[in-house]
Design a protein around this ligand. Structure first.
Ligand code: GDP
Length: 204
């Protein structure tokens, strides 16, 4: 898929106010600083569609972007930011769980993890929650340019081994780098394939 059109639609703190349209949507989420904004900008070939490295933990909003006028890319707030208070974490949790529980348009979530790090409890817990709630997701490994190819392989292998302690199979995953433009085609083709399947389903 080539992205010809990408526009910001709306930011919300209330899931019920998100766009009513039935367009398929894809949500991007991960720990603060994982490279989510950079990845969204890389995917859409825009310099600053998503805001990079503002004040992490501050923008607790659900951001909808309309892509090629036929699907929504959703930028969810970064989680796991140490400096936010306990009460802020609770509000955040509620709002994220509501998003995932209520958004019927959601086709799949993408959980971003920094390829250099060992699986973090917060990511594993979040994936477990998605799994328990039947919400499909893929993992996006970010910042692959920071490691050599062999180290990438090793890190993914370690990640797989830890996932396989609780999962029957390693979830679908992508290796990306926003600075080196790695993974863009694979991710966009994946989304395009899912969009096509949805169109087939609805025309039956
Ligand atoms: P967000 O908080 O998850 O939205 O993360 P940002 O996109 O703002 O990125 C956080 C930091 O990581 C910034 O300093 C980026 O320049 C850097 N970064 C993001 N993606 C990459 C990448 O693919 N490679 C490298 N080397 N740095 C990256």
């Amino acid at each position: 898929m080539v992205i010809k059109h990408a526009e910001f639609v709306v930011s919300n703190s209330d899931v019920s106010k998100c766009p009513k349209s039935r367009l398929p949507e894809y949500a991007f989420i991960g720990r603060s600083n994982v490279g989510k904004s950079s990845l969204i900008n890389m995917l859409t070939n825009r310099k600053s569609l998503a805001k990079t490295s503002g004040k992490p933990g501050k923008t607790q909003l659900i951001n909808h972007f309309l892509i090629n006028k036929n699907w929504h890319l959703v930028d969810l707030p970064g989680y796991g930011y140490a400096r936010v208070s306990k009460s802020a974490k609770k509000v955040f949790q509620k709002f994220i769980t509501q998003y995932f529980s209520l958004r019927e348009q959601l086709v799949t979530a993408f959980i971003l993890v920094d390829i250099r790090h060992k699986p973090q409890p917060i990511d594993l817990e979040f994936m477990q929650w998605l799994g328990d709630n039947g919400i499909p997701f893929s993992i996006i490994f970010t910042k692959a340019d920071k490691l050599k190819p062999k180290a990438i392989e090793n890190h993914i292998e370690d990640y797989k081994n830890i996932m396989l302690e609780t999962w029957e199979a390693m979830p679908n995953y992508f290796v990306t780098s926003s600075t080196k433009n790695i993974g863009q085609t694979e991710l966009l083709n994946y989304i395009e394939g899912l969009n096509e399947n949805m169109n087939l389903d609805s025309s039956e």
